[in-house]
Design a protein around this ligand. Structure first.
Ligand code: IVH
Length: 783
């Protein structure tokens, strides 16, 4: 019984903590703990609830996974109708609105407007009774909506119960359910990968997700809610103005828009409109205008309603983010890796104030899904900083002469064959998934488009940083056959450069000087400049630090590369394949022959000096039926690979709780010469790189920062905070998101703010980046 009682108390405590973290994360946008720690709390609660299902409560944060599909939605009558807004499209419209307001208020009173972004999602009503969420409904026609409670319950930032105190017994909160842009892009990307239907825009995606009959699907969609108003209020009171009502609603645990402002004149409204219009592209979500509302409820009452809209509010629309235009042609462009992507050539159209004449069509799969033909009227969307996209075909407007988009058989640039490859990417473990098909020019560096892109990347600021060599000049160099690969840049003469458009003697000499100045790149820059698919700056830095020389990087087996933090199977495979390629080896050789002198540390694998468990090594061999638990048992019985290979049936039978399937699979695996040699090669390379087997327990206890809590803040130059976190964790520290009296140390880079101040206040030791590097070096993590 005590076990049960303890678990009940712990579950209550965990729910309280998780609700609080949700509030900080979703409403205040100030998470207090890292995601991993949140997951730990969440998993602990779930484990308790699994053990004692009677402890599960309706409002437990674990109950947001959705439930069995329902046959249809039942109807909901809105006791207080859900109205819509009148629109304004120009400054004059807004002045008219303000004039009408003042007239009705007989002119002499103080007027304040609340300015709120108009989110582009769908309106919903949330009904709280005694603080508990009892119903969620769509707006419908304003009088009758649909009961979508089980879907609403899966939206992470909608509290299942209100926090704090003072809420009315019955409180209907109204607001918008929407899908932030990032979540929308990811959802569509996944849909494209899986070959399922993508959504035209975040609003459709939000509406489609909220109107799912199977709430388990809704639970997987990145929906958010933002409150902007109220409906029924009984058994309690709200403040007497819109601004304070929303602040109060936020105190009760609901998200409100962080951009909300109070102004005291129509000029203030216009200034706000301009300000947010400029900021529009950088917001995390789509907005289609600004809503201005008279702040005082008393004044609102005086104004009342006309038809279905309040006279006290107006929506000032922004230019639309979607427009219709004609698809005049499709051009195929070749990228750095040879991917041939279709680009829509459009009749130029202004979308949200920017003229768009090209848009991406992603790939052939997308063209097929859209069913688009040349000559079609298409809907273009441009939002945020993503490239404009073709999102829809207007079939009713298809002209007679519309023709299918031809699939190129030959590369439009070099004439080599174009392959349509089904990309199968390896994800973690044994699972594989396809990423749809991609057209690829097989011409590689004989293809001028690929050479140009490779060189543009090679010379870019974060790569070799060759000043004065823009895209146009690179194109000319390649077109004039002066340069065939990055290596040729280092043989250029000022006279060659002078033949290019836009160069005079001085600029030609300057370019040669900057080429010369780049001859001694750091290893990290050089690796990044090579343009290995999936290897960005961070990974390049990591490889450089871990291996110390190009030779070691190029030798590393994919199975060994994955021991580096942040390097997954796909990236490891790309790195290995790149250096395995003869042409790439040739280019690197020529670069060196032409005087590029990569600055290598020369010392090998400091990261690898840390020991790795033998169990992890066994698990990573991916032998069927031998997952991590069996691997640990095997590691306990056999000290090294040779012993494991030589183990016979009887030896394996001795291993604690190892089943026959695993034994059979293991024996079969090592009897295959190829598997055995591969495993031996990996082990040999790990040893060569300085790794040694050690028992995991001995390792954990002896770590230098065991039991300590660290906090990272500000920017770090050597590596990202994520990588720094992994290093600290590999020394036994826990890395937390906020500073408290229990924090052992704070690492503060430039730009550190409140966390650094708090550390100083609490007298917690602070290290700068160099201090961290010294610590890592001292512990043989870095040299
Ligand atoms: S107020 C009576 N505020 O715009 C007031 N609406 O046509 C009714 N919307 O259906 C709405 N953001 O879905 C209001 N901050 C905001 C809003 C907002 C988006 C949507 C809402 C409504 C439509 C108005």
């Amino acid at each position: 019984m005590t076990d049960f009682t303890d678990s009940a108390a712990r579950a209550t405590e965990l729910r309280k903590q998780i609700d609080q973290h949700n509030y900080r994360y979703y409403v205040l946008d100030e998470p207090a703990i890292p995601d991993a720690e949140y997951d730990r709390l969440f998993n602990e609660l779930r484990a308790i609830e699994e053990q004692f299902p009677e402890l599960v409560t309706q409002d437990s944060p674990t109950q947001r996974v959705g439930s069995e599909p329902s046959p249809s939605f039942s109807q909901v009558q809105h006791e207080v109708p859900m109205l819509s807004l009148a629109n304004a499209f120009s400054d004059d419209d807004l002045y008219d609105f303000d004039r009408r307001v003042r007239q009705r208020l007989s002119g002499d009173r103080k007027i304040e407007y609340v300015c709120e972004p108009k989110l582009d999602g769908l309106a919903v009503s949330l009904l709280y009774e005694n603080g508990a969420l009892v119903r969620g409904a769509t707006r419908g026609d304003g009088a009758t909506g649909e009961d979508v409670t089980s879907n609403i319950r899966t939206v992470r930032n909608i509290p299942l119960k209100l926090q704090g105190s003072g809420w009315p017994q019955v409180l209907e909160v109204r607001g918008e359910v929407y899908m932030p842009r990032r979540g929308f892009e990811q959802l569509n990307e996944r849909a494209r990968e899986e070959g399922s239907k993508s959504f035209a825009n975040p609003r459709n995606a939000a509406a489609g997700s909220l109107r799912q009959l199977d709430s388990r699907i809704t639970a997987q969609r990145p929906l958010e809610f933002c409150a902007y108003g109220y409906g029924r209020v009984e058994g309690g009171e709200l403040p007497d103005n819109q601004h304070e009502i929303l602040l109060r609603v936020r105190d009760w645990g609901l998200k409100i828009n962080a951009e909300m402002r109070l102004v005291d004149s129509v000029q203030g409204c216009l200034d706000y409109y301009r300000m947010l219009g400029e900021k529009r592209d950088t917001l995390a979500y789509d907005i289609d205008g600004i809503v201005f509302k008279l702040n005082s409820l008393e004044q609102q009452k005086v104004l009342g309603f006309v038809a279905r809209s309040p006279r006290w509010a107006v929506a000032f629309k922004f230019p639309a983010q979607e427009e219709m235009t004609e698809l005049q042609d499709v051009e195929f462009r070749v990228g750095r890796t040879g991917a041939v992507t279709p680009v829509a050539r459009l009749r130029p159209v202004s979308v949200g104030g920017v003229t768009v004449s090209n848009a991406t069509l992603h790939n052939m799969d997308e063209i097929e899904r859209l069913g688009v033909m040349i000559g079609d009227s298409v809907v273009i969307r441009r939002a945020g900083d993503v490239i404009p996209q073709v999102v829809q075909v207007v079939l009713e407007r298809r002209p007679e002469g519309a023709r299918p988009i031809p699939v190129p058989k030959l590369c439009p640039v070099c004439g080599s064959d174009v392959e349509r490859t089904q990309i199968v990417k390896r994800s973690k473990g044994r699972e594989t998934y396809t990423e749809g098909s991609v057209l690829r020019c097989v011409g590689r560096l004989t293809c001028q488009a690929q050479v140009k892109q490779a060189i543009i990347h090679f010379v870019s600021r974060r790569a070799m940083d060759i000043d004065g060599l823009g895209e146009k000049s690179v194109e000319q160099l390649v077109d004039h056959q002066l340069v065939h690969s990055p290596a040729d840049l280092f043989r250029l003469k000022a006279d060659d450069v002078l033949t290019l458009e836009g160069f005079a003697e001085l600029s030609a000499n300057n370019l040669i000087d900057s080429i010369n100045a780049s001859r001694q790149p750091s290893l990290a820059r050089f690796v990044y400049a090579l343009g290995i698919p999936d290897v960005g700056e961070e990974t390049a830095k990591l490889l450089a630090r871990a291996f110390g020389s190009l030779e070691w990087i190029s030798k590393a087996l994919p199975e060994v590369l994955v021991y580096l933090p942040d390097v997954g199977g796909e990236v490891a495979h790309e790195i290995h394949a790149f250096f395995d390629d003869e042409h790439n080896q040739q280019v690197i050789k020529q670069l060196r022959a032409n005087g590029v002198d990569v600055q290598e540390e020369g010392s090998l694998a400091p990261e690898f000096a840390a020991s790795v468990s033998f169990a992890e090594f066994i698990a990573r061999l991916e032998i069927p039926y031998v997952a991590s638990t069996s691997a640990e048992r095997l590691a306990k019985s056999f000290g090294n690979l040779q012993q494991l290979i030589e183990a016979d049936w009887l030896d394996l039978k001795q291993v604690d709780r190892l089943n026959d399937k695993a034994i059979k699979s293991l024996r079969g695996f090592f009897q295959d010469t190829e598997n055995r040699q591969r495993a031996e090669a990996i082990e040999a390379q790990l040893r060569e790189f300085g790794m040694h087997w050690e028992s995991p327990r001995a390792k954990a206890d002896s770590l230098p920062l065991a039991g300590q809590s660290w906090v990272l803040t500000g920017t770090l130059e050597t590596f990202s905070r994520d990588v720094a976190k992994e290093y600290l964790e590999s020394l036994g520290a826990k890395v937390a998101g906020s500073v408290s009296a229990r924090t052992h140390c704070v690492v503060a880079g430039p730009g550190a703010g409140s966390k650094l101040a708090r550390a100083e206040e609490l007298k917690v030791p602070v290290l700068d980046e160099q201090g961290l590097l010294d610590l890592l070096a001292k512990n043989a993590i870095l040299v």
